[in-house]
Design a protein around this ligand. Structure first.
Ligand SMILES: Nc1ncnc2c1ncn2[C@@H]1O[C@H](COP(=O)(O)OP(=O)(O)OP(=O)(O)O)[C@@H](O)[C@H]1O
Length: 242
């Protein structure tokens, strides 16, 4: 479904992403992990059209999308969420979600119906009339998911939806992500909460200093020497296994 090949992106002299490749098949939940500053968000932004890559290609469902504008990639069926959520504060949750639906329909009633369906999927049915400004952090995260889902994606790129949530809220959002997949949406997610990655993802990619250093099941990744050292420093794997 998604093929990323040898993508690079620099900011001035800093190579944020360095010849990174990854694949996502239809129906999968795939994790993208790596230490702070590894280049995960930059790679996401490049896949979703927010940055133009310096090199490499991105194709979605067999068609090249490299360098297309975000709204065109979104209309093609791939959408990302943002780590820092910014709901429209003065309008309701329903209207916030409708903004996503307007990408593919100008019909207000249809957009409202879709907003309600999406709200049910992310567990916000009872908050439809609440103002964006009045949501808790967990509410804002769900709204971010809902707005993205309302655009009608087949592939959803989630950027740290669990950051800032407490353990109970994390368990709830893991359930929501499972429901989204059950509803037919494929998912690629950046996440620091390892328990969530382990319980959700069938496969995990690990990025470190812009480079993809490992790919595999969550169990094989947790045991990978390069991955352990990327997180804990050179020599850590030996110490841990001694
Ligand atoms: N717009 C930008 N201009 C300049 N440097 C940037 C820009 N965006 C990211 N960077 C730098 O690129 C590197 C990768 O950043 P990025 O945010 O992609 O990492 P990340 O893996 O998502 O980190 P985190 O887990 O902390 O969110 C960092 O050194 C960051 O400071």
């Amino acid at each position: 479904m998604l093929e990323v090949r040898e993508v690079s992106k620099s900011f001035g002299g800093l190579k944020a992403v360095d010849r990174a490749s990854l694949d996502v098949a239809c129906g999968e939940i795939v994790g993208l992990i790596g230490p702070n500053g590894a280049g995960k968000t930059t790679l996401f932004a490049t896949i979703a059209g927010f940055h133009r890559p310096d090199a490499g290609t991105v194709s979605f469902e067999g068609k090249p999308v490299t360098g297309l504008a975000p709204h065109r990639i979104c209309a093609a069926g791939m959408v990302r969420t943002f780590q820092i959520t910014q709901p429209f504060a003065g309008i309701s949750v329903r209207e916030n979600i409708m903004v996503g639906a307007y990408l593919h329909t100008a019909d207000r009633r249809l957009a409202a119906r879709e907003a309600e369906a999406v709200a049910a999927l992310v567990g916000m049915k009872d908050q439809l009339d609440q103002r964006g400004a009045d949501l808790t952090v967990a509410g804002r995260k769900r709204l971010e998911l809902a707005r993205a889902l309302a655009t009608g994606p087949r592939l959803l790129l989630l950027d740290e939806v669990m950051a800032g949530l407490n353990p109970t809220e994390i368990v709830e959002i893991v359930g929501v992500i499972r429901n989204i997949r059950e509803a037919g949406v494929t998912i690629l997610l950046i996440e620091h909460v390892m328990q969530a990655v382990t319980s959700l993802a069938e496969r995990v990619y690990v990025l470190n200093q812009g480079r993809m250093i490992a790919e595999g099941t969550p169990a094989s990744i947790a045991d990978d020497e390069q991955v352990i050292e990327a997180y804990l420093g050179h020599g850590a794997a030996k110490v841990l296994r001694a």
